[in-house]
Design a protein around this ligand. Structure first.
Ligand code: DGJ
Length: 740
């Protein structure tokens, strides 16, 4: 089983996953009695005997591993190796847990007990229960491992134990991370993460990890476009298909903070948790606070293997409906913006249906008096002028065309110019004596309030029921400002946690009430993409930028952690409405076919030839989508969107490859594309040879057969990669394993 005790006292454990081992122990200081949970090892899988050696070799506070780290009266050598370094005692680093008791801020923890729980088949959990030496404070560190993933889950619970005292101590929490992880000693440290802004999310950044403390954070109340709550660390040597990588990922959709500590004398830790600097949560007697999980992953197989493990974990343990195939979607936003009418939408729906679209989503503009973005958020009834008889006829029309029907909503928001705001001006995030700052003319409802959440669940439930909706695009278009809840006084910072929890709760209640309902997470594009919200949603809208070339970079960053089946990708008009770039339809399709394909263009302007080419490409996508959406992803060749590149998917015996060449006559760059992740001994038959009609060395002519070893060793020679030709050439190739 995944968690094996390594000593008699139950103070050391080996946490074993299919390909990794994580050895931890609780050291008890012989003089002070302080308990310090420490990481002893995290890397390739060890036998229990080897894990036992790892557990004893690395020492602890009582026997500092001085050989490894500098020890002096100015530093504590093992701080970076602690599983939850607290603010207290002889520590000066960035704490994962910072607690104050009335006015004193220092924790001294003692071990109470440890226990290993058999949670569900294939999963075990270890709890390390500790209490403060004096105050009624309990902290529980939990670790869960499963036998089908290398992802280890950790979280922390803190409790104010009831004492019955007339004047209980005030317990304030200023930092409560889900856990801290130590990255083993290396000669260099490099980090990878994704950063960006609206319309340019998920830009992959990879560089040396600075010495000192580096903070990646969102203070916006949402995951944010600026940074995504994960990091991968390697020794500067990992590449796509080889090398050791340690990854951490916080499953949370509100404000977050991830702190790396790279000590000058060596040693790197990563601590991650919800909330941002400056927040303070009070913990009343008898109450507890549980963090979201922080997930740790070790792989020896490079960044590609890390991504495949994250994808597999998301599919097995996070997504609510992972076995489904995402339908081909149409969304009307870029075509009509706010000009939503029954006739206009039905005209688009007819064209979409004839192309093979399976789900039609009506975007913003269908409600209240919503003619632009200045009004009506909160007034969730059909637009009085445009839909005087309601939306039923439109939704029925979509269903009659054989498609599922979806609607855009933004439940956490209100415009000042709305009936809702006039009725409930106190329902928003607000502070006394402070302005109520608007962004996109809107204010943020205080979704941490249960009555606000219940109101939203009420109208959403009615809407889904009355219109027979199959899909909601749940949007969120601005960060928090003046984030207060005056009635809650000193306890108001809790809204930063409860807001997100209530969003999750609203979504899960809707799903329970409507088991067929599917939800898209959108926040002005990719502002709320994370493994927290993925537990309640089915796809992400990664960016409002639908330019296929820009999308390639965005999709590359997105795919580092999130599975292709969750990546909604639309084909829109050319020239693109936001970048003005003209790209052929086929290339736009091939880029969008790398995820959950959607169409977002104004179909009323597409020519008959374009509509029929689109229909053909949609059909091709349907033939391969199971492999794309559920397969193992390999990112091949050059930087996507800048040079010749490819993405390859393997599911069982099926292989799909999408090849791209945006710069037609680029002289440099590979001509041969070496495939990956195949069975070297097996033969593969070309099911779809793409453009390679003529037989030439390396061309995949339909029906031809190749050994896996040849496909991986020599490669294929895509016609789209030939150095002379038009810009934006692309292709779709499919192979099937036919036996040894
Ligand atoms: C932002 C989203 O990202 C867009 O796709 C669209 O739904 C608009 N909001 C509508 O206001």
């Amino acid at each position: 089983m995944p968690i094996t005790p390594l000593d008699e006292r139950g103070h050391r454990w080996a946490v074993t996953t299919p390909a990794s081992t994580y050895v931890i122990g609780v050291e008890i200081d012989a003089v002070t009695g302080e308990a310090t949970p420490l990481q002893k090892y995290w890397g390739p899988r060890l036998s229990v005997e080897a894990a036992r050696q790892a557990a004893t070799a690395s020492g602890g506070p009582a026997t500092p591993a001085g050989a490894r780290r500098h020890v002096s009266s100015f530093s504590t050598p093992v701080e970076v190796e602690e599983l939850l370094p607290v603010d207290g005692g002889r520590r000066w680093g960035s704490p994962s847990l910072q607690v104050s008791f009335d006015h004193a801020r220092s924790l001294e923890l003692r071990l109470v007990h440890t226990r290993v729980l058999d949670e569900e088949p294939g999963a075990e959990r270890l709890d390390v229960v500790m209490r403060d030496a004096h105050h009624p404070f309990e902290g529980v560190l939990s670790i869960r491992a499963r036998d089908d993933t290398d992802v280890i889950e950790r979280w922390t619970t803190v409790r104010h134990l009831p004492t019955g005292a007339a004047r209980p101590v005030t317990i304030g929490i200023t930092r409560l991370d889900s856990g801290s992880w130590f990255v083993p000693d290396a000669s260099a440290y490099r980090y990878s993460g994704v950063f960006g802004a609206w319309a340019e999310e998920f830009q992959l950044q990879r560089g040396p990890l600075p010495v000192g403390e580096t903070v990646f954070t969102s203070r916006q109340g949402i995951t944010s476009h600026i940074a995504n709550p994960w990091i991968m660390i390697d020794a500067g040597e990992a590449v796509e298909e080889h090398g050791e990588v340690w990854g951490l990922n916080l499953a949370w959709s509100g404000s977050w903070r991830l702190t790396t500590t790279h000590r000058p004398e060596g040693g790197v830790s990563v601590s991650a948790g919800f909330g941002h600097d400056g927040l303070r949560w009070t913990l009343g007697p008898g109450t507890e606070l549980v963090t979201p999980p922080v997930l740790g992953l070790y792989t020896g197989g490079g960044f590609g293997a890390a991504s495949r493990s994250w994808h597999e974990y998301a599919r097995r343990h996070v997504m609510p409906a992972p076995d489904e195939e995402r339908p081909v979607l149409y969304n009307s936003w870029e075509a009509t913006e706010f000009d939503v009418t029954e006739a206009g939408q039905l005209e688009l729906a007819r064209r979409a249906a004839s192309m093979g679209v399976e789900l039609f989503v009506v975007d913003d503009g269908w409600f209240g008096d919503r003619d632009d973005d200045t009004r009506s958020l909160g007034d969730w009834w059909p637009h009085r002028k445009r839909f005087p008889d309601g939306l039923r006829a439109l939704m029925d029309g979509i269903h009659e065309l054989g498609m599922r029907a979806g609607l855009w909503v933004e439940p956490e928001m209100v415009n000042a110019d709305s009936e809702l705001y006039r009725a409930h001006p106190d329902w928003i995030l607000r502070m006394e004596h402070r302005r109520r700052d608007e962004k996109r003319h809107q204010l943020v409802l205080n979704f941490a309030r249960d009555d606000v959440r219940d109101w939203a669940v009420g109208w959403l439930d009615e809407l889904v029921t009355e219109l027979g909706l199959d899909y909601l695009k749940w949007d969120m278009n601005r960060p928090f400002t003046q984030a207060g809840w005056p009635e809650r006084g000193a306890a108001q910072d809790r809204l930063w946690i409860d807001f997100t929890r209530n969003v999750y709760d609203a979504m899960s209640r809707l799903r329970r009430a409507h088991p067929g309902l599917r939800i898209e997470s959108c926040s002005g594009g990719g502002g709320r993409v994370d493994l927290g919200i993925l537990r309640h949603t089915d796809e992400f809208w990664p960016s409002d930028n639908t330019d296929a070339l820009d999308r390639q970079t965005i999709q590359h960053g997105f795919s580092q952690v999130y599975p292709p089946g969750t990546m909604s990708a639309w084909v829109t008009d050319s020239p693109n409405i936001s970048t003005g770039r003209a790209i052929p339809l086929r290339y736009r399709f091939h880029v969008a076919m790398a995820g959950a394909l959607g169409i977002g263009g104004d179909l009323s302007t597409w020519s008959a030839a374009e509509l029929s080419e689109a229909a053909e490409l949609i059909e091709q996508y349907k033939a391969v989508r199971r492999v794309v959406q559920h397969g193992r992803l390999h990112r091949l060749a050059g930087p996507p969107g800048q040079a010749r590149s490819a993405v390859q998917y393997v599911l069982g015996d099926d292989v799909v490859v999408l090849v791209y060449n945006p710069i037609g006559n680029a002289k440099r760059g590979p001509r041969w594309l070496r495939l990956a992740g195949l069975d070297p001994e097996a033969s593969y038959e070309v099911v779809r040879g793409g453009d390679a009609a003529e037989s030439a060395p390396g061309r995949l002519v339909q029906g031809s057969r190749w050994y896996g070893s040849a496909l991986m060793g020599v490669g294929i020679r895509p016609a789209a990669w030939e150095p002379v030709g038009a810009d934006y050439r692309s292709d779709l190739v499919a192979l099937r394993k036919i036996g040894p």
